[in-house]
Design a protein around this ligand. Structure first.
Ligand SMILES: Nc1ncnc2c1ncn2[C@@H]1O[C@H](COP(=O)(O)OP(=O)(O)OP(=O)(O)O)[C@@H](O)[C@H]1O
Ligand code: NI
Length: 311
């Protein structure tokens, strides 16, 4: 049961008790400002909770609301040029983190904390405005494509004016060429695409908006290993071109192949944010859960691709 009164998503929080948060941050203005300006994305002390009717209470008229805290005290950051992988178990709240960064809030959600993007502190409305204009989502599945619209038109998206339409058309052709999609793919409908083509089309949809940050929510499930690796390579080249990527995945092996840093997500929070290079040895990992993840890796002499970022 969803409460419709929009009890408070972020925007509301910004006016009341998050104003306390704002003040809190001002009290260490230098540190916070430095952090906020230094990173492309900085999420600090994010909390997401939902108010719900208690399903154990069978009498409708007596139904009481309760609050479920799904994300608490979560901090994570992404520099320009960097892929930060958020790894964690299913159902632990990873998608809610993605939604929060994109300013997508359920009506029964209460979101607290601070999000900076490109040096600016953002409230819910700012994040909504940034969606597709700075921050773009690469969603998990073709369910995000319109089944009745040719993919070329979907990739080009909605243009502001004639000039923007021209720019988008040129960029769509360029992106198709870059990602190995034949020009005539633009005239196909989503059902005519293979799994690998869908993945590249979804990436092109995000890239045509020329974002600074891509949030990729589980971009690899359902792809065979070869395609999964190529999907991540595409994100890598975006980051190498100066973009930032928040890569949400439960596949730590793939994350270690492509990311610079890993944020380990457990029970609704990030318990450790560490350079990929630290996965070379469990002694370099701090949290017991991260060490556990390390032990679960099938092959411990994998290639650590690069030195990894430092914070
Ligand atoms: N609107 C909502 N009201 C109540 N609970 C919600 C709502 N949206 C999400 N949740 C709960 O939040 C929890 C985290 O969900 P989320 O989808 O973020 O997890 P996830 O880590 O992305 O999982 P997966 O790996 O399966 O994609 C789930 O238990 C879900 O039931
Ligand atoms: Ni998810």
């Amino acid at each position: 049961m969803v409460e419709q009164s929009n009890e408070s998503a972020f925007a509301h929080e910004q006016t009341d008790h998050a104003s306390a948060e704002l003040h809190h941050h001002h009290s260490h203005a230098t540190a916070s400002k430095h952090i906020g300006g230094h990173h492309l994305l900085q999420v600090e002390n994010l909390g997401v909770s939902f108010s719900m009717y208690d399903s154990s209470d069978r009498c409708f008229f007596r139904a009481r609301k309760r609050t479920v805290q799904v994300i608490h005290d979560l901090s994570v950051s992404v520099h320009a040029g960097e892929i930060v992988a958020v790894v964690g178990a299913s159902g632990s709240g990873k998608t809610l983190l993605a939604d929060s960064v994109l300013g997508l809030f359920e009506p029964n959600a209460t979101v607290t904390g601070t999000i900076w993007f490109d040096g600016r502190q953002c409230d819910a409305r700012d994040l909504e405005r940034l969606r597709g204009r700075g921050i773009s989502l690469v969603p998990q599945s073709s369910a995000n494509l319109d089944p009745l619209m040719k993919v070329g038109r979907q990739v080009r998206g909605v243009a502001k004016d004639a000039e923007d339409a021209k720019r988008r058309a040129a960029l769509q052709r360029e992106l198709f060429a870059r990602y190995g999609l034949e020009p005539q793919v633009a005239n196909l409908y989503p059902f005519e695409l293979s799994g690998g083509m869908v993945r590249r089309v979804l990436l092109c949809c995000a890239l045509v908006d020329e974002p600074k940050l891509i949030v990729a929510d589980e971009p690899t499930p359902g792809l065979d290993l070869d395609l999964a690796v190529r999907a991540l390579d595409d994100l890598r080249s975006f980051a190498d071109g100066g973009g930032g990527v928040l890569l949400i995945t439960h596949d730590i092996e793939l994350a270690l192949r492509v990311a610079d840093r890993v944020a380990v997500f457990k029970d609704g929070t990030v318990v450790e944010e560490t350079a990929v290079a630290n996965f070379a040895s469990p002694d370099l990992l701090r949290h017991p859960f991260t060490k556990e993840l390390w032990r679960a890796l099938p092959d411990h002499d994998f290639d650590i691709p690069k030195g990894g970022g430092t914070c």
